[in-house]
Design a protein around this ligand. Structure first.
Ligand SMILES: C[S@@+](CC[C@H](N)C(=O)[O-])C[C@H]1O[C@@H](n2cnc3c(N)ncnc32)[C@H](O)[C@@H]1O
Length: 410
């Protein structure tokens, strides 16, 4: 038979009888996609792997616990032949051929009438990769091409804007703590598809340099706000650009809802009738200590961690933090925005019962090339911060977890 390339097609199997022969690893790999396609799946096999059995138990497939028998494929639309018995496979594929049932064979691609492509999905698109001829089949290469395309679509390095379905609006994207690799794949994709990006000082600024030249990048700190508060000016900028039909990304450091004013922006956009989506991010409160070798919990050491803002001093009437109560907790205390007030915070914690020897670590510009960790105790932290010139942004970790890593103070 002359070698022609396979003809690619998408089978719509919903409710259509699909027969799978053999309940081993091949079936286990292929069944989820057939289930997702809504196929009426009949598995014929005396045995099955525990995962395949679980699919039968869940009612996702019908399992006939017996070997293949003549007639099994007669009324099928599609068949996957994957038993360990080559002779049975050959008989089954002859039956499929006789009944014009498209049939994949796991043991002999040459004898099959259909091939399964390497597939992956991203945002409503299925990518399917086939080699053009049976003899040139190279499953690793097709899988690698599939991975490259799917990963590229997911992380935005392969930009394919949604021309028909893209809805103008705003995405509040948590950019993670600063390392450009620590944004979510969804965040990165939205960034790659944006017309306008309004970015904070914190977060993955390096990603902005990768954006195509037509993307307008606005530094949130530089938005002129005249008689408005800065936040109102940012809200207005988001609304104005979205009203022009643009796709706007509000890129924030960490997670939008951790001291990020995400909900304020969402409310403002909702009031203006602008569609808004929120993409979570890796918060600095956990990731920055982690990047400096500090786990916020550790078995036998800390069973809780509390994240608080230190932007106002404990005795400031605007403070909503119950510092005396925090002094009684045995777990880890993580303070954001606290560098300026750390002296007053440490004093208050000690005054309400925390040991002055409690370890403290300050991690400045975590996950970036400039990351720096400074260790102290509650008794020494104020003078250490001054002497070592620790500057924001920094995450402050207070508690015994500071000492459990290889670089701890203990
Ligand atoms: C306004 S809060 C925003 C927090 C952010 N939404 C999050 O989830 O990480 C800013 C504070 O987060 C902390 N922070 C954020 N990124 C940091 C980083 N890369 N290194 C150290 N601290 C960071 C600092 O305490 C900084 O003052």
């Amino acid at each position: 038979m002359a070698e022609h390339p396979a003809y690619p097609v998408g089978l719509r199997l919903t409710g259509r009888r699909t027969v799978v022969l053999g309940g081993g690893q091949v079936a286990q790999r292929r069944l989820p996609a057939l289930i997702a396609a809504g196929a009426d799946i009949h598995l014929v096999s005396p045995e099955a792997t525990p995962s395949v059995e679980a699919m039968a138990d869940a009612g996702e497939i019908t399992w006939h616990r017996r070997p293949y028998a003549e007639g099994d494929l007669a009324t099928a639309w599609y068949a996957l032949i994957a038993t360990s018995d080559t002779e049975a496979n050959t008989r089954a594929s002859a039956e499929a051929e006789a009944h014009r049932v498209w049939c994949v064979r796991s043991d002999d691609a040459d004898a099959a009438t259909a091939w399964t492509p390497a597939t992956g999905t991203s945002e409503g698109v299925t990518v399917a990769v086939l080699t053009t001829e049976a003899r040139g089949r190279d499953p690793r290469r097709t899988a690698a091409i599939r991975d490259a395309v799917v990963e590229g679509l997911r992380d935005g390095t392969l930009v394919a804007p949604h021309h028909r379905t893209r809805v103008p609006g705003v995405a509040l994207v948590g950019g993670g703590p600063g390392d450009p690799d620590l944004i979510t794949v969804r965040g990165r994709r939205l960034l790659a598809e944006a017309d306008v990006v309004i970015a904070d000082r914190l977060g993955p600024r390096d990603l902005l340099a990768e954006l195509p030249p037509h993307v307008e990048v606005i530094d949130a700190a530089k938005i002129p706000y005249g008689r408005f508060m800065a936040q109102e000016a940012i809200n207005n900028a988001l609304i104005e650009h979205a009203k022009q039909g643009k796709s706007v990304v509000r890129l924030k450091g960490g997670d939008p809802y951790v001291f990020g004013r995400g909900m304020e922006e969402l409310h403002a956009l909702a009031e203006a009738g602008i569609p808004c989506t929120v993409v979570p991010g890796i918060s600095s409160s956990i990731s920055v200590p982690g990047a400096a070798g500090i786990p916020v919990t550790h078995r036998g050491v800390a069973h809780e961690f509390t994240v608080v803002s230190g932007h106002v001093a404990p005795d400031d009437e605007r403070s909503l933090v119950d510092w005396p109560a925090l002094a009684k907790l045995t777990g880890t205390l993580v303070v954001l925005m606290g560098v300026d007030k750390i002296g007053r915070i440490a004093e208050t914690l000690v005054a309400h019962g925390k040991s002055p020897d409690t370890p403290v670590a300050l991690v400045q510009e975590g996950t970036t090339a400039a990351q720096r960790r400074v260790d102290a105790t509650l008794a020494t932290v104020a003078e250490t911060v001054a002497a070592q010139e620790v500057r924001p942004p920094a995450v402050i970790v207070i508690g015994e977890v500071v000492a459990v890593g290889p670089r701890g103070t203990a």
